[in-house]
Ligand binder design. Structure first.
Ligand SMILES: C[S@@+](CC[C@H](N)C(=O)[O-])C[C@H]1O[C@@H](n2cnc3c(N)ncnc32)[C@H](O)[C@@H]1O
Length: 258
Protein backbone atom coordinates (compact mmCIF):
# COMPACT_ATOMS: atom_id res chain seq x y z
CA UNK A 1 0.00 0.00 0.00
CA UNK A 2 2.86 2.40 0.79
CA UNK A 3 4.83 2.98 -2.39
CA UNK A 4 6.89 6.07 -1.54
CA UNK A 5 10.60 5.29 -1.24
CA UNK A 6 12.79 8.05 0.08
CA UNK A 7 15.93 6.47 -1.47
CA UNK A 8 15.05 8.15 -4.79
CA UNK A 9 14.93 11.57 -3.17
CA UNK A 10 17.43 11.42 -0.27
CA UNK A 11 19.80 14.38 -0.21
CA UNK A 12 17.69 16.45 -2.61
CA UNK A 13 17.00 20.15 -2.14
CA UNK A 14 13.97 19.47 0.05
CA UNK A 15 16.07 17.22 2.31
CA UNK A 16 18.75 19.89 2.46
CA UNK A 17 16.20 22.45 3.68
CA UNK A 18 14.50 20.06 6.12
CA UNK A 19 17.70 18.51 7.46
CA UNK A 20 19.54 21.83 7.86
CA UNK A 21 16.67 23.12 10.03
CA UNK A 22 16.36 19.83 11.90
CA UNK A 23 20.08 19.71 12.64
CA UNK A 24 20.06 23.35 13.75
CA UNK A 25 17.16 22.69 16.16
CA UNK A 26 18.82 19.58 17.60
CA UNK A 27 22.06 21.49 18.07
CA UNK A 28 20.12 24.26 19.85
CA UNK A 29 18.46 21.72 22.15
CA UNK A 30 21.74 20.07 23.11
CA UNK A 31 23.27 23.36 24.21
CA UNK A 32 21.75 22.54 27.62
CA UNK A 33 23.16 19.46 29.37
CA UNK A 34 19.64 18.24 30.33
CA UNK A 35 18.31 15.11 28.56
CA UNK A 36 15.56 15.55 25.96
CA UNK A 37 13.08 13.62 23.86
CA UNK A 38 13.24 13.36 20.05
CA UNK A 39 10.30 11.75 18.30
CA UNK A 40 9.69 11.13 14.65
CA UNK A 41 6.43 9.96 13.06
CA UNK A 42 7.79 9.04 9.59
CA UNK A 43 11.39 7.90 9.93
CA UNK A 44 12.32 6.16 6.69
CA UNK A 45 15.33 3.82 6.56
CA UNK A 46 17.83 6.18 8.20
CA UNK A 47 20.72 5.70 5.77
CA UNK A 48 20.93 6.25 2.01
CA UNK A 49 23.53 5.41 -0.62
CA UNK A 50 23.96 8.33 -3.01
CA UNK A 51 26.01 6.10 -5.30
CA UNK A 52 23.18 3.54 -5.52
CA UNK A 53 20.75 2.98 -8.40
CA UNK A 54 17.83 4.87 -6.82
CA UNK A 55 19.77 8.08 -6.16
CA UNK A 56 21.56 7.95 -9.51
CA UNK A 57 18.31 7.39 -11.37
CA UNK A 58 16.77 10.69 -10.27
CA UNK A 59 19.99 12.73 -9.82
CA UNK A 60 18.21 14.67 -7.07
CA UNK A 61 21.05 14.33 -4.54
CA UNK A 62 23.51 15.53 -7.18
CA UNK A 63 21.53 18.79 -7.42
CA UNK A 64 21.12 18.88 -3.63
CA UNK A 65 23.63 17.85 -0.98
CA UNK A 66 26.40 16.96 -3.46
CA UNK A 67 26.28 20.41 -5.08
CA UNK A 68 25.91 22.05 -1.66
CA UNK A 69 29.13 20.40 -0.48
CA UNK A 70 31.05 21.15 -3.66
CA UNK A 71 30.04 24.81 -3.57
CA UNK A 72 30.30 25.30 0.21
CA UNK A 73 26.68 26.37 0.74
CA UNK A 74 26.79 25.56 4.45
CA UNK A 75 29.49 27.01 6.70
CA UNK A 76 32.09 24.78 8.31
CA UNK A 77 30.85 23.39 11.61
CA UNK A 78 27.16 23.57 10.61
CA UNK A 79 25.38 20.79 12.54
CA UNK A 80 24.18 19.11 9.32
CA UNK A 81 27.78 18.91 8.09
CA UNK A 82 28.86 17.51 11.46
CA UNK A 83 26.18 14.80 11.27
CA UNK A 84 27.16 14.00 7.68
CA UNK A 85 30.80 13.70 8.71
CA UNK A 86 29.97 11.27 11.53
CA UNK A 87 27.84 9.10 9.23
CA UNK A 88 30.37 9.15 6.36
CA UNK A 89 33.15 8.15 8.78
CA UNK A 90 31.18 4.93 9.39
CA UNK A 91 29.62 4.28 6.00
CA UNK A 92 31.84 5.96 3.41
CA UNK A 93 31.73 9.04 1.16
CA UNK A 94 28.46 8.21 -0.65
CA UNK A 95 26.41 7.79 2.53
CA UNK A 96 23.67 10.26 3.35
CA UNK A 97 21.91 10.24 6.73
CA UNK A 98 18.15 10.35 6.99
CA UNK A 99 16.65 12.27 9.87
CA UNK A 100 17.03 9.37 12.38
CA UNK A 101 20.80 9.22 11.88
CA UNK A 102 21.10 13.00 11.92
CA UNK A 103 19.37 12.85 15.30
CA UNK A 104 21.61 10.06 16.61
CA UNK A 105 24.73 11.87 15.39
CA UNK A 106 23.80 15.09 17.21
CA UNK A 107 22.02 13.79 20.32
CA UNK A 108 23.39 12.03 23.38
CA UNK A 109 22.96 8.49 24.69
CA UNK A 110 20.86 9.69 27.62
CA UNK A 111 18.40 11.46 25.34
CA UNK A 112 15.24 9.55 24.54
CA UNK A 113 14.65 8.85 20.83
CA UNK A 114 11.43 7.32 19.48
CA UNK A 115 11.19 6.57 15.77
CA UNK A 116 8.06 5.30 14.02
CA UNK A 117 8.03 3.73 10.56
CA UNK A 118 5.20 1.74 9.02
CA UNK A 119 6.84 0.13 5.99
CA UNK A 120 8.31 -3.30 6.86
CA UNK A 121 11.34 -2.99 4.56
CA UNK A 122 12.15 0.52 5.73
CA UNK A 123 11.93 -0.31 9.44
CA UNK A 124 14.05 -3.45 8.93
CA UNK A 125 16.74 -1.30 7.29
CA UNK A 126 16.43 1.31 10.05
CA UNK A 127 16.93 -1.36 12.70
CA UNK A 128 20.36 -2.14 11.21
CA UNK A 129 21.67 1.41 11.47
CA UNK A 130 20.35 2.93 14.69
CA UNK A 131 22.42 2.67 17.84
CA UNK A 132 20.30 3.93 20.72
CA UNK A 133 16.84 4.86 19.39
CA UNK A 134 13.66 2.99 20.26
CA UNK A 135 11.92 1.85 17.08
CA UNK A 136 8.15 1.62 16.68
CA UNK A 137 6.83 -0.40 13.75
CA UNK A 138 3.48 1.34 13.71
CA UNK A 139 1.58 4.37 12.48
CA UNK A 140 3.63 7.41 13.50
CA UNK A 141 0.60 9.53 14.39
CA UNK A 142 -0.57 6.83 16.82
CA UNK A 143 2.91 6.60 18.35
CA UNK A 144 3.18 10.35 18.91
CA UNK A 145 -0.30 10.48 20.35
CA UNK A 146 0.46 7.64 22.77
CA UNK A 147 3.81 9.09 23.92
CA UNK A 148 2.77 12.72 24.39
CA UNK A 149 3.59 14.36 26.68
CA UNK A 150 6.90 12.50 26.69
CA UNK A 151 9.51 12.13 29.39
CA UNK A 152 11.79 14.09 29.36
CA UNK A 153 9.48 16.99 28.54
CA UNK A 154 12.04 19.08 26.67
CA UNK A 155 12.45 18.13 23.07
CA UNK A 156 10.96 17.92 19.63
CA UNK A 157 8.73 15.97 17.28
CA UNK A 158 9.41 15.79 13.56
CA UNK A 159 6.46 14.99 11.29
CA UNK A 160 7.69 14.19 7.80
CA UNK A 161 4.91 12.40 5.91
CA UNK A 162 5.25 11.27 2.32
CA UNK A 163 1.76 12.74 1.71
CA UNK A 164 0.80 9.58 -0.19
CA UNK A 165 -2.39 9.51 1.81
CA UNK A 166 -4.24 12.57 0.57
CA UNK A 167 -6.23 12.67 3.82
CA UNK A 168 -2.97 13.74 5.56
CA UNK A 169 -3.52 17.28 4.33
CA UNK A 170 -6.79 17.48 6.23
CA UNK A 171 -5.85 15.48 9.29
CA UNK A 172 -2.53 17.23 10.04
CA UNK A 173 -3.88 20.52 11.49
CA UNK A 174 -6.16 18.84 14.07
CA UNK A 175 -3.46 16.25 14.82
CA UNK A 176 -0.83 18.92 15.51
CA UNK A 177 -3.33 20.89 17.60
CA UNK A 178 -4.00 17.79 19.72
CA UNK A 179 -0.28 17.08 20.25
CA UNK A 180 0.47 20.74 21.06
CA UNK A 181 -2.29 20.74 23.66
CA UNK A 182 -0.90 17.62 25.34
CA UNK A 183 2.73 18.77 25.02
CA UNK A 184 2.70 22.54 25.24
CA UNK A 185 6.49 22.89 25.59
CA UNK A 186 7.41 20.58 22.71
CA UNK A 187 8.86 21.85 19.45
CA UNK A 188 6.65 20.38 16.73
CA UNK A 189 8.05 20.54 13.21
CA UNK A 190 6.08 19.59 10.11
CA UNK A 191 7.74 19.25 6.72
CA UNK A 192 5.52 19.78 3.68
CA UNK A 193 6.04 20.08 -0.07
CA UNK A 194 5.23 23.26 -1.98
CA UNK A 195 3.16 21.97 -4.85
CA UNK A 196 2.47 23.56 -8.20
CA UNK A 197 -1.24 22.78 -7.86
CA UNK A 198 -1.37 24.47 -4.43
CA UNK A 199 -2.68 21.32 -2.69
CA UNK A 200 -0.84 22.25 0.51
CA UNK A 201 -2.55 25.66 0.67
CA UNK A 202 -5.68 24.85 2.74
CA UNK A 203 -3.59 22.82 5.24
CA UNK A 204 -1.22 25.74 5.76
CA UNK A 205 -4.10 28.16 6.12
CA UNK A 206 -5.65 25.95 8.83
CA UNK A 207 -2.30 25.59 10.63
CA UNK A 208 -1.62 29.31 10.61
CA UNK A 209 -5.05 30.03 11.97
CA UNK A 210 -4.47 27.64 14.87
CA UNK A 211 -0.84 28.66 15.47
CA UNK A 212 -0.36 32.32 14.56
CA UNK A 213 2.96 32.43 16.46
CA UNK A 214 4.51 29.44 14.69
CA UNK A 215 7.36 29.68 12.22
CA UNK A 216 6.50 29.03 8.57
CA UNK A 217 9.59 28.82 6.43
CA UNK A 218 9.53 28.06 2.72
CA UNK A 219 12.16 27.88 0.01
CA UNK A 220 11.56 27.54 -3.71
CA UNK A 221 13.43 25.66 -6.41
CA UNK A 222 12.88 24.40 -9.90
CA UNK A 223 11.08 21.04 -10.25
CA UNK A 224 13.49 18.07 -10.24
CA UNK A 225 12.09 16.87 -13.58
CA UNK A 226 9.73 18.14 -16.22
CA UNK A 227 6.20 17.53 -15.07
CA UNK A 228 7.26 17.17 -11.42
CA UNK A 229 4.84 19.01 -9.16
CA UNK A 230 7.14 19.94 -6.24
CA UNK A 231 8.45 23.49 -6.52
CA UNK A 232 9.74 24.02 -3.01
CA UNK A 233 10.01 22.87 0.58
CA UNK A 234 8.34 24.09 3.74
CA UNK A 235 8.79 23.68 7.48
CA UNK A 236 6.12 24.73 9.96
CA UNK A 237 7.42 24.85 13.53
CA UNK A 238 5.26 25.24 16.62
CA UNK A 239 7.33 26.63 19.54
CA UNK A 240 10.31 27.47 17.29
CA UNK A 241 13.60 27.70 19.19
CA UNK A 242 14.98 31.12 19.98
CA UNK A 243 17.32 32.38 17.27
CA UNK A 244 16.13 30.11 14.44
CA UNK A 245 15.68 33.18 12.21
CA UNK A 246 19.45 33.27 11.71
CA UNK A 247 19.26 29.80 10.16
CA UNK A 248 16.19 30.54 8.04
CA UNK A 249 17.90 33.71 6.75
CA UNK A 250 20.94 31.65 5.80
CA UNK A 251 18.73 29.17 3.94
CA UNK A 252 16.89 32.00 2.17
CA UNK A 253 20.22 33.17 0.76
CA UNK A 254 21.24 29.65 -0.28
CA UNK A 255 17.98 28.92 -2.09
CA UNK A 256 17.35 32.36 -3.62
CA UNK A 257 19.32 31.68 -6.82
CA UNK A 258 17.92 28.14 -7.33
C1 LIG B 1 9.54 11.20 3.57
S1 LIG B 1 9.90 9.60 4.17
C2 LIG B 1 10.77 9.93 5.66
C3 LIG B 1 12.11 10.54 5.50
C4 LIG B 1 12.84 10.80 6.79
N1 LIG B 1 12.02 11.53 7.74
C5 LIG B 1 14.12 11.59 6.53
O1 LIG B 1 14.07 12.82 6.55
O2 LIG B 1 15.15 10.96 6.35
C6 LIG B 1 8.33 9.06 4.77
C7 LIG B 1 8.32 7.68 5.39
O3 LIG B 1 7.09 7.53 6.10
C8 LIG B 1 6.68 6.16 6.02
N2 LIG B 1 5.25 6.17 6.37
C9 LIG B 1 4.18 6.47 5.59
N3 LIG B 1 3.05 6.50 6.32
C10 LIG B 1 3.41 6.27 7.60
C11 LIG B 1 2.70 6.24 8.84
N4 LIG B 1 1.38 6.45 8.89
N5 LIG B 1 3.39 6.00 9.97
C12 LIG B 1 4.75 5.78 9.94
N6 LIG B 1 5.46 5.81 8.80
C13 LIG B 1 4.81 6.05 7.65
C14 LIG B 1 7.05 5.76 4.62
O4 LIG B 1 7.20 4.35 4.53
C15 LIG B 1 8.38 6.52 4.41
O5 LIG B 1 9.47 5.69 4.74
Amino acid sequence: MLSYQHAFHAGNLADLHKHALLAWMLDYLTAKPKPLTYMETHSGRGLYDLGGDAARKTGEAEAGITRALAEGWLPQGHPLLRALEVVRSFYGPDAYPGSPLIAEALLRQDDSLHLAELHPTEIAALEHVVLFSKLHHQDGFAMANALCPPTPRRGMLLIDPSFEVKADYESLPPFIAKIAKKWNVGIIALWYPLLLDGRHGPMMHALQERFPEALRHEVHFRPAREGHGMIGSGMFVVNPPYGIEAETARLDKIFAPL
